[in-house]
Design a protein around this ligand. Structure first.
Ligand SMILES: [Zn+2]
Length: 313
C-alpha cells in the first residue's frame, strides 16, 4: 500500500551540531578517512563553533540485510532503509566505518537484532551520542537460545534469531509497532502490510514443513552455528564446527566426524562469511554434500527455502 503522506514528509529537521574549534581541521579528507568510530562520536559530542546538520525523518538504518527486507515489507514506501553491514562481511567481527555511522545519524531510527557482535559493541555509544535516533531492538519477545554461539565473549545468547520463520513473525510485529510509534498517521498502512507479510511467512513455513516432513536423518553440520533457531523450529539438530567462537581443534574435528557418521549427516552447510576449510574436509571424509549458504542474504525467504531444500535432497 502506498504511503499518502510520503511527499509531505520532505520536512527535514535542522539540527545545529557543534564542533570544537581545534578539531575543525579534521574536515580534511585524509584525516576524515582515518577517523575511527570513536572519533566520530567524539565529533558529535563536541561543542563550540556551529555546524549545520540535517535529519531525514524518512530514513531508517538497519543492522543487517534480512532486517532491511522485513522493514521494507512493513514500511512500504513510507521510509527509505539503509543497512549498516555491507554484503559479505561477518556481523560478528565487522566494524562499520565513521561514514556509515554518520549516515545512520542522518536518519530517524536504528533497527537492530540486539545481540550481534558489532551491535553490542556500539549500542550504548549510539544511544548516548545520537539522542534523536529511535532505537529498536527487534529481539524483544523472542526466547533466546543461549548455547553454542559465543562469538561475543560477553554474552552467549545466539544472535541468529532471523533464521526461523516463527521469529521473523515476531521481528515483523516489533518493527510494525516501532513504525506505528514513530508515524501514527500511517498506522493502517503498517498494520495492513504486516498482515500481508505474515501470509508470506506462513507460505514459507508451509513450504519448509512440506520439504522436511519425510526427512529421516535430521542432523546437519555447519561451519558457523547460524541455524540454531531454524533447527529448533523444524526439529532438526545442528552440529557446529565452530564452537564458542573458536575454529574446531583437530580433536573436535575427529569427534565431529564420528558423530556425523553415527547420525548419517548428508548435508554440510558452509556460511560464506566464515572459513569453510574444516567443513570441506569433514564433508569429504563422511561423503556428504557441501552447500554454501548466506544467512545474511536480503532475501531471507529464498535463503531459508534453499536451506530446507538442500536438507531434503
Ligand atoms: Zn553468526
Amino acid at each position: 500500500m502506498r504511503c499518502p503522506s510520503h511527499l509531505l514528509f520532505k520536512t527535514q529537521k535542522k539540527m545545529k551540531l557543534t564542533l570544537h574549534h581545534h578539531l575543525a581541521q579534521l574536515h580534511s579528507t585524509l584525516l576524515y578517512r582515518s577517523l575511527t568510530f570513536l572519533l566520530f562520536f567524539q565529533l558529535l559530542g563536541l561543542s563550540s563553533c556551529q555546524y549545520e546538520y540535517k535529519i531525514d525523518e524518512r530514513l531508517l538504518t538497519v543492522s543487517i540485510e534480512p532486517l532491511r527486507y522485513i522493514t521494507e515489507a512493513i514500511a512500504g514506501d513510507c521510509y527509505t532503509i539503509t543497512t549498516l553491514t555491507p554484503e559479505g562481511v561477518s556481523p560478528e567481527s565487522y566494524m562499520p566505518t565513521p561514514q556509515q555511522f554518520a549516515k545512520m545519524n542522518d536518519g530517524s531510527a536504528y533497527i537492530y537484532i540486539g545481540s550481534l557482535g558489532f551491535e553490542m559493541q556500539n549500542i550504548s555509544k549510539i544511544i548516548e551520542n545520537c539522542p534523536h535516533l529511535y532505537v529498536v531492538d527487534v529481539s524483544s519477545n523472542i526466547p533466546a537460545i543461549t548455547h553454542q554461539h559465543s562469538c561475543d565473549a560477553s554474552d552467549s545468547a545466539d544472535p541468529h534469531i532471523w533464521t526461523s520463520p516463527e521469529n521473523i513473525k515476531i521481528i515483523a510485529r516489533n518493527i510494525c509497532k516501532a513504525l506505528v510509534h514513530m508515524d501514527s498517521t500511517n498506522t493502517l498502512i503498517y498494520k495492513e502490510n504486516l498482515v500481508k507479510f505474515n501470509h508470506h511467512i506462513d507460505s514459507i513455513d508451509y513450504a519448509i514443513r512440506h520439504q522436511l516432513k519425510d526427512l529421516k536423518h535430521r542432523t546437519f553440520l555447519i561451519n558457523h552455528p547460524a541455524l540454531a533457531y531454524f533447527a529448533k523450529q523444524y526439529k532438526l539438530h545442528q552440529l557446529s564446527i565452530e564452537h564458542e567462537g573458536k575454529e574446531g581443534s583437530a580433536e573436535r574435528v575427529a569427534q565431529l566426524i564420528e558423530q556425523c557418521k553415527r547420525d548419517s549427516v548428508k548435508t554440510v552447510f558452509i556460511q560464506k562469511q566464515n572459513s569453510g576449510r574444516a567443513a570441506q574436509r569433514i564433508a569429504e571424509e563422511i561423503g556428504a554434500k557441501t552447500v554454501t549458504i548466506n544467512p545474511l542474504n536480503y532475501r531471507w525467504d529464498e535463503e531459508i527455502l534453499n536451506i530446507a531444500n538442500s536438507l531434503s535432497r
